[in-house]
Design a protein around this ligand. Structure first.
Ligand code: T4K
Length: 407
């Protein structure tokens, strides 16, 4: 336990870890299985363009989620672009798509990338999920679609959003990038709205180096998405739609399958780390582990805390600095709300107070296979020390410029 500011690595003390503990360390699964799959890929001499491993990956994901179709893609951003484009075919450039303010920039960018207007919506002050009342208030005759985000694997208010979309004749998609293996009640996320999108980025609970998928029960939508991902080629080999190149390579599918094999073990490990963090951070003033509705299953891939400066005495960003100096590579997800991002700053001048506040308070702590319960105890001790010494830490950071301490 660090008792004085001098003990903190930020002020010259020895770091808590020699090798970093970080958010987003890839879940690679069994390396021998991956190499065996890669050997098959190389032996097949079929590296991309709808190969056998890609189809196997799609089948496995569709089965896991309980939907008829999984259209695998090169990443989730392209998946969102494809869905938004499909929802607004034949529309006008000022067509609107409602997106939450608290998400990764990809959600809003996908809308703008298709030349449409993302209308940014405030979120629930506790969960950070898109607020259905705020969604309703933003619907105009130009609204074409709503994109909810299952932030940190928590389900959006899917049933309410489905009703809102249906009664207003809107398309409803869910950005489920962080939410594979999560549920709403007993139903896996992936089966709600018109379609949902998963990310299989290196940092996600299932990693395919880079990858994504659209999952849906809509046969016609799935057929269009299969064409769009392949330059618009239809089953007869003729271009029938405006397409892109969104294909998932065989190497990505090999990693995706191997990582998928380990999904349940990873979720069990993450849950154990989550419980360990609850204990390690219990009673630290101003620091709260985000708690989830027990009716739904979370994959606990993101280990989120809320740092309230007033109670903790230290701002989230300074706590982040303290942790990073200790080789604890936490991540401030997210630093800015969507309407604060430069490309959108002119469009939605109204403040969105809940999202803005959460952007200054949320922090993702390391979890996943590279983190043990002992590590969690050490991380908990550093957080506890930073809060206990907050007055001095804040004062020293103000007077001692970065670098002067060797940090
Ligand atoms: N919608 C939502 C809600 C999303 O969260 C995301 C992606 C998307 C859509 C778009 O999905 P994709 O188009 O990417 O499929 C990371 C990921 O790049 C991004 O995919 C993810 N969300 C986001 C939440 O996290 P950064 O900017 O934080 O990445 P970076 O490079 O800072 O790395 C994060 C941590 O992961 C670090 O601690 C380092 C570690 N890391 C990273 C990589 C790439 C590794 O240990 N190994 C690695 O290979 O965005």
């Amino acid at each position: 336990m660090k008792h004085r500011t001098e003990d903190l690595a930020l002020f010259g003390g020895p770091p808590a870890f020699l090798h970093n503990r970080r958010v987003g360390r890839p879940n690679q699964g069994d390396r021998a299985r991956f190499l065996e799959r890669m050997n098959r890929v190389l032996d097949n001499e079929w590296l991309s363009n709808m190969g056998p491993l890609m189809y196997e990956f799609e089948e496995r994901v569709a089965q896991l989620v309980g939907v008829r179709h999984c259209v695998s893609l090169c990443n989730a951003t392209v998946a969102l672009q494809m869905l938004v484009g499909d929802a607004t075919t034949g529309g006008a450039p000022d067509d609107e798509v409602i997106v939450p303010a608290l998400t990764f920039p990809a959600t809003a960018h996908a809308v703008r990338w298709r030349g449409l207007r993302p209308v940014v919506c405030d979120v629930n002050p506790v969960t950070g999920l898109i607020d259905p009342d705020a969604v309703e208030a933003l619907i105009t005759p130009r609204t074409r679609a709503i994109v909810g985000v299952h932030l940190w694997g928590q389900p959006c208010d899917v049933l309410r959003l489905e009703k809102i979309a249906e009664s207003n004749g809107l398309r409803l998609f869910f950005d489920a990038a962080p939410a594979l293996g999560c549920t709403h009640g007993d139903r896996p996320l992936g089966g709600f709205g018109h379609a949902e999108v998963f990310s299989f980025h290196a940092t996600k609970v299932v990693n395919a180096f880079e990858g994504g998928a659209i999952v849906t029960d809509d046969d016609a939508l799935a057929a269009r998405m299969r064409a769009v991902r392949n330059f618009g080629f239809g089953p007869d080999g003729l271009v029938e739609l405006l397409g892109t190149n969104g294909k998932l390579s065989e190497a990505a599918a090999a990693m995706g399958l191997t990582s998928l094999d380990a999904l349940e073990d990873n979720i069990a490990h993450n849950r154990a780390m989550y419980e360990a963090y609850l204990a390690a951070l219990s009673g630290v003033p101003g620091v709260r582990v985000l708690e989830y509705d027990p009716q739904h299953r979370n994959n606990h891939h993101y280990m989120m805390i809320n740092v309230e400066e007033q109670g903790a005495g230290v701002h989230r960003d300074l706590l982040l600095e303290v942790l990073r100096a200790e080789n604890i590579l936490a991540q401030p997800y997210f630093r800015q709300a969507m309407h604060q991002l430069r490309p959108y700053a002119d469009e939605s001048p109204a403040p969105l107070p809940h999202a803005e506040r959460l952007c200054g308070q949320l922090l993702a702590l390391p979890t996943g296979p590279g983190v043990s319960t002992t590590d969690v105890e050490v991380i908990g001790d550093v957080v506890r020390a930073a809060v206990a010494l907050s007055g001095e830490v804040t004062a020293r950071r103000r007077t001692e410029p970065a670098g002067a301490t060797g940090a």
